[in-house]
Design a protein around this ligand. Sequence first.
Ligand code: ZN
Length: 277
Amino acid sequence: MDFATDFYIALPLAPCLTEIHTLTGENLFLVQGSRRAVLIDAGPGLGDLPGFVHRLTTLPLTVLLTHGHVDHAPGCALFGEVYMNPADRPVYRDHCTWRDEYVCGQVGAVDFPALAPQLCALQPDKPMLALHGGMVFDLGGLHIRAVELPGHTPGSMVFLLMEPRLLIAGDACTPSTYLFLPESSTVTAYRAAVCRVRDALAGQYDHVYISHGHPETSRTILEEMPAVCDTVLAGRADGQPFSFRGQNARIAKACAGRFKRLDGGCANLVYDPLRLG
Ligand SMILES: [Zn+2]
């Protein structure tokens, strides 16, 4: 593999929306209006991401972070104007400390030494603008509305692309929603947040995109998630064992392979049975 050129692949999803798939497996999203562009997430900081984006658009660029995790945010150090929910500053700062470990885990210890020199310098105290629910970004003929959906992290955001009726859900509501992390909320609090966002955005989007795996997920994932939370809270979850970086968690709905629900549903939750509510 040629690490100089193979960090990113651009995949058109809609006339205004391009997925940028990273070597380490994340989906970033480039949104273009007539006057401005927004990059949703910046990945762990591989190579010349600004140069790659510039080949796709020459419009003035703003970066919006879905949240502060290691696989989404450290690459923001390569950009000027960056917005993140301030509630995720502590997790961003913490995740900068193990960015190289994360990338090594994704590409493998054999390939990592050749790639390491092309990781960006980390900026744990990177100046960022505050991102809050209700903010609207006008790109020219296309507006992006930021919506808070805490749970996965305290400052997790989703983004509604208003005119094209698309929703970018990040890691906030997915077929593998990690809710067992130290910074995650309880299942009860998450359920309430999902219901708020479900109601606030009802009827306003036709497609939903997420940050890992296949970029498009079920359009009804927000509607499905409260019932998944309910099975956990009622003690009726399948509780399939799951472990991640030494933490033991449970998967609410039994899956095969990479989070493909056996019962045919889509939304799923990986939770800590000791932190339900
Ligand atoms: Zn995350």
